[in-house]
Structures are given as C-alpha cells and as structure tokens.
Design a protein around this ligand. Structure first.
Ligand code: SF4
Length: 331
C-alpha cells in the first residue's frame, strides 16, 4: 500500500519504503488527516489521480522535489524584493501551463534538477544567509508532500517570511494545510471567463476555484503587515496580468475583488508586462502586447472601485525583466 503520510520521521524505528525514504528528514511523525497525497495525486484541483512514482500528471512533476533555480531575485513587487532580493525558489512543472507563460522552460518543458528534502531545507537557509527578505516558493503545490517536511525542518531557524507564489488554482484544503508554514500568499487571479481559462490553460472552472482559494488566503493572513523597511511580513498580494483583447475580463475581476474581499485586506498587483512567448503565437488575438489603452482602462476601473492598495506597472515593463535565467543557480 502506498503511504498516505506527508510528515515522516523514522525515530520510531519504522522501516521506510521507497517513497517514505524520499520523504525522510522531517521532524515529526504525523498522520495525514487531510487526504492529500501524491499516490494517487490529488494535490491540486486537477485531481489527475496518477501514481506519481510511475507517471506524471498534467503538471509533469515527478515524485521528488525538482527545482530550476534558488537565488536572490529582484523582479518581484518592491515590498518583496526590497534591496536585498527575494529568495526565490523556482519549482519545475505547473498545474496550469498557460500557453503564454514567460517561464515555459520550467513550467511546461520541465527543466530542472531533482533534489532531496534535506537539500531543499539547506537552500532555504542559504538564501536567508545571503540576505533574502523572504523565501519565495514559485509554483510549489505539486511538491507539497516533500516541501512541507523541508519547511518543518527549517522552521526553528528561518526568521524571514515564506511566500507562496502560485497560479491561484488551488484547493482550499491545501490552503488550510499551509497555514503553519506560509506568511504571505502571492496568487495570480488570471481569468474570469471560463472560455479563456480553457483556451489558454486547458482549465475548466479556473475562476470559481481560484476565487474560493484566494478568499481562504485573505481570511487566513489578515491585512498586509510591513516591517519598518516597508518589506511585507504577512498578507496577500493578488496578481492580475492584463491580456491582449481581454480587458473586459480584467474589469470583471476588478469588480469581483471589490465586491468580495475586504477593503484593505490585500494588495493588488496589476501587471502590464504581457509579452507574446512560447505558444501564444497559436492564438492570433494574444500574439501581441497589451496596448496602453487596454491596460489603463483596467487601471482606471481599479481606481474607480477604490482598489488603490498595491502596484501598477510601467507600460515599458517587459516580461524579460522579470524572468531570471533558469540555469540551476543555487540548487
Ligand atoms: S499536482 Fe500535478 S499530478 Fe497532482 S493533481 Fe495537480 S496536476 Fe495532477
């Protein structure tokens, strides 16, 4: 029988099988009462049900942590990057794999290197020693069965916030499991319209799922808290990337945020950096940049609604400014 445990220690002298050995190194033995497991995998709303030790699901992830980079990164929102940088750990694979992803080499093409739970813990501490303002986990959801034991292991020595940087397409049960480990959520809220989420990410029901997950994140974290240097210590930043030809979809998202989340309870990061890349050329309507008129019509609506707590981007911003080389640095 496959293990249904996600925090494993062999202090009790238990004989670990192949899968448990991969999870070894955590502090405590704790039964998984959540029902979340990679054997078969149900960690995200896709619920592929595959045995990850044998085959990959939609995300393409193996049953061991696979990273593309773990280094200081200066391309996040100013309250995350600060002057010291965000200690950003890029995981290989993704549960959305958008056709326009600027990180497609890792999200869709699976570039990366497999590492142990122990090495993952070391990387967090190395980034802290290098002066990172936070540990920024980029699309970690498919690996939580192994990431959580790593975070458990470093918790007593980690004195900077941990950021959960994700697609927004998450299960509420996962957000609940993350509560002891995560200080800041950085979800995307990509699409309102189901046709768009299917067309560009092969995902039905994205908005309904992401909306509930984001509400859970905001409720868990409470309003944003900053330190004296203006670096975020706790809270939620909701990112929305305006897509070409989809400004009405963006405006619907602004209205939903205004109607459904507490005023001052989150930060909004409204992004203009869309640049055609990867498979966006397959879709004529998004094979161009967003115009100033499109972007500013969304900004105007956000301002009209009072969503002024957060960030907008300079229209000259290009995706390449925010994408580091995926060369295995820090792994
Ligand atoms: S984490 Fe990956 S394999 Fe698991 S359910 Fe999600 S997409 Fe499928």
């Amino acid at each position: 029988m496959k293990p249904s445990l996600w925090l494993v220690d062999n202090e009790q002298g238990l004989k670990l099988n192949k899968h448990m050995n991969k999870m070894y190194n955590a502090h405590r033995w704790q039964p998984n009462t959540t029902g979340l497991t990679a054997y078969p995998c149900n960690w995200c709303p896709r619920e592929c049900g595959v045995d990850r030790s044998q085959t990959a699901g939609f995300c393409g992830c193996p049953d061991q942590i696979k990273l593309a980079r773990g280094a200081l990164h200066f391309g996040e929102e100013p309250c995350l990057s600060g002057e010291g940088g965000s200690g950003t750990i890029f995981f290989s694979g993704c549960n959305l794999r958008c056709c326009f992803c600027q990180n497609y080499e890792i999200s869709s093409q699976g570039w990366g290197r497999e590492i142990s739970i122990g090495r993952m813990a070391e990387i967090c501490l190395e980034l802290q020693s290098a002066g990172a303002h936070n540990i920024n986990l980029v699309t970690p959801t498919p690996y939580l069965q192994w990431v959580l034991p790593a975070l458990e292991r470093v918790r007593p020595r980690l004195h900077i916030p941990v950021v959960y940087n994700c697609s927004g397409y998450e299960k509420v049960e996962v957000i609940e499991v993350l509560q002891p480990y995560i200080d800041i959520y950085l979800p995307d809220l990509k699409y309102y319209n189901d046709e768009l989420s299917w067309r560009y990410s092969r995902c039905h029901g994205y908005f309904a799922t992401a909306a509930v997950a984001i509400q859970a994140m905001v409720s868990q974290c409470g309003p944003p808290v900053f330190n004296r240097e203006g670096i975020l210590q706790k809270g939620v930043i909701i990112r929305h990337l305006v897509l070409p030809g989809a400004r009405q979809d963006s405006i619907r998202i602004m209205r939903w945020l205004s109607d459904n989340l507490p005023r001052g309870g989150f930060l909004l990061s409204l992004m203009s950096q869309y640049t055609p890349t990867f498979n966006s050329s397959l879709f004529k309507e998004i094979n161009r940049k967003v115009t100033s008129r499109e972007y500013h019509s969304v900004v105007d609506e956000a301002v009209r609604l009072g969503l002024t707590n957060g960030y907008i981007q300079d229209r000259s911003s290009a995706a390449s400014e925010y994408t580091p080389p995926f060369d295995g640095e820090g792994i």
